[in-house]
Ligand binder design. Structure first.
Ligand SMILES: [Cu+2]
Length: 179
């Protein structure tokens, strides 16, 4: 969903840039006084500046709450999983989970910077963080569908970057536990 939104927004912005470019090219032959155009430009700029600030403020307010980095209330009941990234692979202390089981992936690296991205079967990114040497980043995540998930490196880390793959399997929720 996010990839598609990003794709559509990119296309719209590219079309906008093309439109502006063509507009400028089409009007470049005309000679007019510079000052009124400049004044008009400044007026438009002031209005748009405020509009952009307002739009970005609203977008930030509504999207920040969906960020997965916040420590959830049930963090204490999470299954703690050590994730060690290294050239070129991942070592997970556990890779079989159940639907609805809250998990805390504690991510670090044994050598250089890596990225840890968890992808579903449609290759949509569900959660990610950096894997850094001597530092632990935690991803709190709860799988809501059974299936096979992939962990891929998101940071170009050397010649074998593309072979950094780990698999996670998620089984249906336990009987009597809902879901
Ligand atoms: Cu890597």
């Amino acid at each position: 969903m996010y990839q598609q939104a990003a794709w559509i927004i990119s296309i719209i912005l590219i079309l906008f840039v093309i439109f502006v470019f063509l507009y400028v090219v089409a009007h470049s032959g005309r000679r007019t006084d510079y000052e009124p155009i400049q004044r008009k430009g400044y007026r438009i700029r002031n209005v748009w500046f405020l509009a952009v600030i307002a739009a970005m403020g609203l977008a930030t307010f509504y999207t920040l709450r969906d960020l997965p980095f916040e420590k959830p209330a049930h963090a204490a009941d999470s299954t703690v999983v050590q994730v060690k990234a290294r050239q070129f692979g991942f070592v997970l202390s556990q890779n079989e989970f159940r639907v609805g089981e809250p998990i805390a992936f504690q991510v670090t690296s044994e050598d250089v910077n890596h990225g840890v991205g968890i992808y579903d079967e449609r290759m949509e990114l569900l959660a990610q963080t950096q894997a850094m040497p001597k530092y632990t980043n935690t991803i709190y995540y709860t799988f809501d569908k059974p299936g096979t998930y992939q962990v891929l490196c998101l940071e170009y880390c050397g010649i074998g970057h593309h072979v950094m793959v780990a698999t996670i399997t998620v089984a249906p929720a336990e009987e009597g536990k809902g879901n």
